[in-house]
Design a protein. Sequence first.
Length: 223
Amino acid sequence: MKRSDYAHQKLDEMLRENRFQPQSRLPPERDLARQLDVSRMGLRVALDRLEAEGRIWRHVGQGTFVGPRPEKAPIQLSFVTANTSPAEALEARLAIEPQIARMAALRASELQISDMFVLVQKGRVSGDPAAWESWDGQFHRALCLVTGNRLLLSIFDSFNAIRRQRTWNQLRQAVLTPERREHYAQQHKNILDAISDRDAVQAELAMRAHIEDVARSLLDPRG
């Protein structure tokens, strides 16, 4: 096996095992080459292949990042996300995400379901609210991805943009106790169990219960 093929195989395994959080930066090339015992040239060939496959993206002077290259939001969408409150975002999510869960139960492949169970487990063992936020967003986005609907994915990405607002972060940080993170992780598993069983109705109901729970914890002073 060529060293570049070997490097591609090992990097592919690392990405599939979710050793790096989505959109996180990979180690420098010299460190990766040493870790994989390949030349810098062989590593670069492997990275070129992964970039062509949409598994990573690179920015000159900044490094190599996990996942597809983020698309720049249209000016109109950027304006909307910058001026949308958490309450409005949750209202929209409640209208859309239960249907996404229903569609996922009908369309997700076994491999996609397996990958999402990994994301749920990663979130469950995350040690702090910031890590939880990353895995939580990745799980919900993965559900949207399996629908194959690019418009829904674009809308969902606007939800994630809103989650990066300071107001949202302040609300989340205040309520994301270890107990609540565990509760949400169990709700994620309930949603996936229904999807794995191809029970579209239960998947929709489980997602609705989850989003309603999130909304209550963020917006109801009584918790």
